[in-house]
Ligand binder design. Structure first.
Ligand code: ADP
Ligand code: MG
Length: 349
């Protein structure tokens, strides 16, 4: 109940996801000296020695909400569930070292199904060099739930929070954005065709990158390493799970700055451009609101630009401004429009 004396229930949608988290956790103050950072960043931070700190992050994936097993093979789901968590570790500029895996399973699933799920987890933990150190197993009446917790470590002075951006810092993104969302659109479309005509042979050649980004995303383990090699510590960082726009707003809010994002700088794969044309979608809207890209978004001091100049993995897409200027998209036509954090539901309107 939100401060009302009468017994009126508040709907969760009035607060939204982030408002709800803030509301539920606002009374929790950190009591222990070792709790360096609690709720509010990509991962919590715990001190473990004078030099090093641990980061901890957890994510829950629910069947029917986060994944659809009619086109998501269980092996891929296991792999993706690990990626989603490692991405939050890398977003702190940390190295991931351990994960725990918890599952709730309905009787619809066989042992072989769960072996597939765990094959994906095993592959991910090998490639990303993390140890599976525990978890929990229970039954479910509503399909499959998978929750992974990832633990990482980082030198104290190299940790990067969402809150460190300053006015005039450059806004940088790794890789490209928007493809994972379009991958889901294509898979949904093919799934509908399949329901009507199970013999239809889908021709997915023009969408291979999009589908791979949706079904087998890779967390950017290489970026914290690259930044270390370049002797560059970002001033703030976040991973892109919900869409560029929403993540930029998080950096702005927590760093107390505004932002100018340039539409013509947003990195898009050619398949994103061609598929947006085909589906009559605006590629900028997809990049801003699409989500699930698991790229890293960070800010650097303007003076560090030379260190990343020409790097094919990194694109400068804007700069931070005074808080009072707000967060804006500067369009190709040079119009300034306020950024709004729209979820991907908004794209379908
Ligand atoms: P991300 O998208 O990076 O995974 P989230 O948006 O899920 O981050 O969460 C934002 C912050 O809120 C994180 O610090 C997370 O640990 C915290 N958080 C999310 N849900 C809860 C909850 N139910 N109780 C306490 N903290 C939560
Ligand atoms: Mg995150």
């Amino acid at each position: 109940m939100l401060d009302n004396k009468e017994n009126i229930k508040t709907s969760i949608s009035e607060l939204g996801e982030f408002g709800l988290i803030e509301h539920l956790t606002k009374n929790f103050k950190l009591k222990n000296k070792t709790s360096v950072r609690g709720v509010g960043d990509d991962a919590a931070v715990i001190s473990c020695s004078d030099e090093e700190q641990l980061v901890v992050t957890t994510d829950l994936l629910v069947e029917g909400v986060h994944f659809d097993l009619s086109f998501m093979p269980l092996k891929h789901l296991g792999y993706k569930a690990v990626m989603v968590n490692l991405s939050d570790v890398y977003a702190m500029n940390a190295e991931a070292s351990q994960i725990t895996v918890s599952i709730a399973v309905s009787n619809r699933f066989s042992v072989e199904d769960l072996e597939d799920l765990y094959k994906g987890i095993e592959t991910a933990s090998k490639i990303y060099d993390v140890d599976v150190i525990g978890g929990d197993t229970t039954s479910s009446k509503t399909g499959l739930l998978i929750s992974i917790t990832a633990i990482g470590r980082c030198k104290k002075e190299e940790l990067v929070y969402r809150s460190g951006a300053n006015e005039n810092d450059l806004l940088v993104v790794s890789g490209d954005v928007g493809a994972a969302y379009l991958g889901m659109q294509i898979l949904n479309r093919e799934n509908q065709v399949f329901q009507v005509n199970p013999n239809a042979q889908p021709d997915l050649d023009s969408y291979t990158y999009l589908i791979e980004r949706q079904l087998k995303p890779e967390a950017r383990k290489d970026i914290p390493k690259l930044l270390r090699d370049l002797e560059l510590t970002p001033t703030s960082m976040i991973d892109i799970s919900d869409g560029l726009s929403s993540e930029i707003m998080h950096l702005c809010k927590q760093s107390n700055v505004g932002c100018n994002l340039y539409e013509d700088k947003i990195p898009l794969d050619p398949q994103v451009i061609s598929t947006c044309e085909e589906l009559n979608l605006d590629s900028t809207t997809i990049a801003l609101s699409g989500g699930e890209d698991y790229e890293l978004l960070f800010t650097i001091k303007a003076g560090d630009f030379d260190k990343i100049k020409g790097n094919p993995n990194l694109t400068v897409i804007g700069h931070m401004t005074d808080k009072n200027e707000g967060a804006h998209l500067i369009t190709r036509g040079n119009t300034k429009i306020p950024l709004i954090a729209r979820g991907w539901d908004a794209i379908q309107e």
